[in-house]
Design a protein around this ligand. Structure first.
Ligand SMILES: C=C(O[C@@H]1C=C(C(=O)O)C=C[C@H]1O)C(=O)O
Length: 317
C-alpha cells in the first residue's frame, strides 16, 4: 500500500495511505491530489485506502553522469540554441548518492519540514510511481475561491552578497513575460505583478515575481494546461525547448519539474516539483537543473546544480 504525506507552508502535515491511479488532467475532480510527470504524459491521482504502509522502489538505479559528461552534454545542448532559435532552456541532471544504512524517509521528511518552512514538502510512494520526496519553493498556481496566485521564479545565487548578473535578470524576466502573456490570453481579470525580489529558500537565493489575478475556479485545469511547463523548468519557446531537452537529457525527468498538489474550487494548491529526489533500493537520485542561456558558463551551471542539491543533501546526513 502506497502513501501520500505533505506539508503546505504554515499548515499541519497531511498523511494518508492509498494507491496512485493513472488518469488525465481533464478527468480531475474536486479534491483530487495530483502528481504529473514533467511532460504531463502521466497524470496520477491519489486514492485513499486502508492497508499496510509499504515503500515501492524503482528496480533500476538512477542514471547519473560525471562532471565531465555534464560539461560535454551541456555544451552540446547550448550549441543548438542559435540554429533552433532558443533563448532559454533548462538542462538537468541526476545527482546520485548512496543511501546510508540508517537513512529513514520519515526522518528526512520531518527534517525537510523543519529546515524549509516556506517550501511545499512531500513524500509519496506507490507501486506505479515509485518513491519520491522533495521540498519545492515554486508554486504553480494556488487559489482561495476565485483569488489566484502564481509566481515567476528563476535566477539562482548562493549568498545574499553576490549580485544578480544580467543573465539571471533576463532569465527570470522570460518566465514573468511567459506567465503574464498566458494569463492575458486566458482572459483572467485583475492581473497584477509585483517584483522581482530576492527570496531565500533556505539553501539558495532566487528572483521571484508574485502574480495575482481573478478567474472562475472551474478554469483551474485549463490554467495548468497553459502555464505548465513555464520557462522556469522548460524554456523559450516552449516547444523547441521541449524537443531540445528530450534530445539531450539522457535521463527521464519522471516527476521532476512536474505538477504536484491538490485541486479544488474552494482552494487549490499546486506546486512545481523541484528540489526532489527519487528513492531507490540502495541509492537516491536527486534531480537538479538550471536555466541555460547563450551566456551560460558550463562550470558555473554545474556549481549551481550542486548548490540546489544541498536542499536535500543537508537532510540526508
Ligand atoms: C530547474 C530548477 O530550478 C529552476 C531554475 C532556476 C534557475 O535556473 O536559476 C531557479 C529556480 C527554478 O525556477 C531546479 O531546481 O532543478
Amino acid at each position: 500500500m502506497g502513501l501520500l504525506q505533505y506539508r503546505i507552508p504554515g499548515e499541519e502535515t497531511f498523511f494518508a495511505k492509498g494507491e496512485w491511479e493513472l488518469k488525465t488532467l481533464a478527468s480531475l475532480v474536486e479534491g483530487d491530489f495530483v502528481l504529473t510527470t514533467f511532460n504531463k504524459e502521466e497524470v496520477y491521482v491519489f486514492n485513499e485506502e486502508d492497508g499496510e504502509k509499504n515503500y515501492s522502489f524503482h528496480p533500476e538505479e538512477p542514471y547519473a553522469v560525471s562532471e565531465q559528461e555534464y560539461y560535454a552534454g551541456l555544451s552540446a545542448f547550448k550549441s543548438e540554441f542559435e540554429v533552433r532559435g532558443i533563448a532559454k532552456a533548462i538542462y538537468s541532471r541526476i545527482h546520485k548518492v548512496e543511501k546510508s544504512e540508517d537513512f529513514k524517509l520519515e526522518d528526512a521528511f520531518n527534517r525537510l519540514c523543519e529546515k524549509y518552512p516556506n517550501a511545499f514538502v512531500y513524500l509519496i510512494s506507490g507501486e506505479n510511481t515509485g518513491t519520491w520526496m522533495g521540498a519545492t519553493p515554486e508554486t504553480l498556481v494556488s487559489s482561495k475561491k476565485n483569488a489566484f496566485y502564481t509566481m515567476s521564479l528563476a535566477g539562482t545565487k548562493k549568498t545574499k552578497e553576490l549580485s544578480w548578473t544580467q543573465k539571471e535578470i533576463e532569465e527570470q524576466a522570460f518566465v514573468t513575460d511567459f506567465i503574464l502573456e498566458k494569463l492575458r490570453k486566458a482572459e483572467v481579470s485583475n492581473l497584477q505583478s509585483d517584483g522581482p525580489k530576492d527570496i531565500f529558500t533556505g539553501a539558495v537565493y532566487h528572483l521571484k515575481t508574485d502574480i495575482t489575478f481573478s478567474t472562475p475556479t472551474e478554469n483551474i485545469k485549463q490554467l495548468v494546461e497553459v502555464l505548465h511547463p513555464t520557462p522556469a523548468v522548460c524554456g523559450v519557446p516552449t516547444d523547441k525547448a521541449l524537443d531540445l531537452i528530450a534530445k539531450h537529457e539522457e535521463h527521464s525527468r519522471g516527476f521532476y519539474a512536474g505538477v504536484i498538489g491538490r485541486v479544488g474550487q474552494e482552494r487549490c494548491d499546486l506546486f512545481v516539483n523541484l528540489r526532489c529526489m527519487q528513492v531507490f533500493e540502495n541509492s537516491l537520485g536527486l534531480y537538479v537543473g538550471g536555466g541555460i542561456t547563450k551566456d551560460s558558463v558550463v562550470e558555473a551551471e554545474y556549481q549551481e546544480t550542486i548548490n540546489k542539491a544541498q536542499t536535500l543533501l543537508r537532510v540526508l546526513v
